[in-house]
Design a protein around this ligand. Structure first.
Ligand code: AKG
Ligand code: MN
Length: 198
């Protein structure tokens, strides 16, 4: 299988986009299946002393039953469904990496988003390869260098795969900004390989 790729980071890691990773039909079907099958959660987060619900729904899945802690919240581990395993295997094939976990985000419309952060939790290891699959509405994904402030904007279309690797989590932060321009829902899957018993 040959897929066209585009490289986005000028230095300090890689962010490689496989625009046509999944066919439009498969992506649409996967979107519907994950939307209906997933047992969605909406954890609370505390920002500057205020407790609010996260502006998106999500689930965490891990083969070993390991929970995941981020933003101070411990997430329960759910098993991989058939569709999540299928997409995970396709990611493994394209990247030559292995993935034992996935964080699934459901952005109900443009008012849902994810603030600046990096996936640099110790359980991901020092230079994690993260495979990010998008389904549904196109959303803009921004990456900003921690030192230079250089910002890269990437349109993540349905069926695309963005692979972040090397120093990308160490040197860059990323976000999915809220936008009034998008009214349609989007699902994003970020496959990771977490270290056991962290
Ligand atoms: O929705 C996206 O494209 C990004 C998701 C993300 O950064 C994460 O789950 O850590
Ligand atoms: Mn992230």
């Amino acid at each position: 299988m040959h897929l066209t790729t585009q490289q986005f980071l000028p230095f300090d890691g890689t962010a490689t986009l496989f625009k046509d990773f999944l066919s439009a039909d498969f992506a649409a079907q996967a979107f519907n299946q994950i939307k209906t099958e997933n047992d969605w959660e909406q954890p609370e987060i505390t920002i500057f002393g205020n407790t609010v619900l996260e502006p998106r729904l999500s689930t965490w899945h891990n083969e070993l039953g390991e929970g995941y802690k981020y933003s101070g919240v411990m997430r329960r581990a759910q098993p991989f469904s058939e569709i999540l395993s299928d997409i995970r295997n396709r990611c493994a094939e394209v990247t030559n990496a292995t993935f034992n976990s996935v964080l699934v985000n459901f952005y109900r419309n443009g008012q849902d988003g994810l603030g600046w952060h990096s996936d640099n939790e110790a359980c991901n290891g020092p230079e994690p390869t993260i495979a990010s699959v998008s389904l549904g509405a196109t959303r803009r994904f921004d990456m900003r260098h921690r030192k230079t402030g250089e910002t890269i904007k990437i349109q993540l279309e349905s069926g695309s795969l963005l692979v972040m690797a090397g120093k990308s989590q160490h040197c860059w932060v990323h976000q999915v900004a809220k936008t009034k321009r998008v009214n349609e829902p989007r699902i994003n899957l970020t496959f990771r390989c977490v270290i056991e018993n962290f």
